[in-house]
Design a protein around this ligand. Structure first.
Ligand SMILES: Nc1ncnc2c1ncn2[C@@H]1O[C@H](COP(=O)(O)OP(=O)(O)OP(=O)(O)O)[C@@H](O)[C@H]1O
Ligand SMILES: [Mg+2]
Length: 239
């Protein structure tokens, strides 16, 4: 189990040409917290995740990871994208082993086992289904025990049933790993199902947030669940 890091971003400003995407954005996550970021397409969710991962830099503002100012790549972070981004020329097991020290066979098997794909270790990514590819991407991201797991719409391309199954998997992987987890999604129901706290990104900053104080795993038939979904949705849609 890793120790989840604390994330503290202050006054982030990021623009592309004349287009300001993030302005004076403040964001934080507690160690081990599951934060879900929602917001309309183009509001800057992926931009924020890239800044936290250290693969892009803000013009102004600062990011601290467990109290240390982030310069360059965030060594404690691993990211999963919507399309998985497995390397097609490496078998499943070798994809998971990327970035691990040599002699890691046990770890690779263990991770694939946790995502239910231990028997696919020798397969090529091309023959996996979309959901299986995302399972491998999650196994790869968590293999090195990251303190920070960044998930950019990892279930965006999956059908509704597979999404539900994968949400359960993400919740249990988060629980087992202890990693601070920041998930971006368009799906407000997914946000309420998974988050300790939901942050709404709008007009370049964190405009609203909701603590999700419901027992896990979340019961979607609970009126409090659907009430919160409606409330968040209303704020997301409001111009
Ligand atoms: N490298 C870049 N160069 C120019 N513009 C960019 C770049 N990256 C992002 N943008 C712009 O910044 C804005 C925010 O993009 P971003 O990808 O962060 O949105 P998003 O909230 O993740 O949207 P979606 O939900 O559709 O994925 C968009 O208008 C996008 O066109
Ligand atoms: Mg995006």
């Amino acid at each position: 189990m890793s120790t989840g890091v604390a994330v503290e971003a202050a006054n982030l400003h990021r623009q592309f040409g004349a287009k300001v995407v993030l302005r004076d954005l403040n964001f934080h996550a507690e160690p081990g917290e599951f934060v879900v970021i929602v917001g309309r397409s183009g509001c800057g969710k992926s931009t924020l995740l890239r800044l936290l991962a250290g693969i892009d830099r803000a013009e102004r503002g600062s990011i601290q990871i467990s109290g240390e100012v982030l310069i360059g790549l965030c060594s404690s972070a691993r990211m999963v994208f919507q399309d998985g981004r497995l390397l097609p020329w490496l078998r499943v097991g070798d994809n998971v082993a990327l970035g691990l020290p040599k002699d890691n066979d046990g770890r690779v098997r263990d991770m694939l086992d946790r995502v239910g794909l231990a028997d696919r270790i020798r397969d090529w990514p091309a023959i996996l289904s979309g959901g299986q590819k995302q399972r491998v991407a999650l196994a790869r991201a968590l293999a090195a025990n990251p303190g920070l797991l960044l998930l950019d719409e990892p279930l965006g391309s999956l059908d509704a049933l597979t999404r539900l199954e994968m949400q359960g998997l993400i919740e249990s992987l988060w629980h087992q790993s202890g990693a601070t987890t920041i998930l971006v999604t368009h799906d407000v129901e997914e946000a309420v199902a998974l988050a300790d706290r939901i942050v709404l990104l709008k007009r370049g900053h964190a405009e609203d947030e909701w603590l999700v104080d419901l027992p896990r795993p979340r019961d979607r038939s609970n009126p409090a669940f659907s009430g919160l979904v409606q409330s968040v949705l209303g704020h997301v849609m409001e111009v």
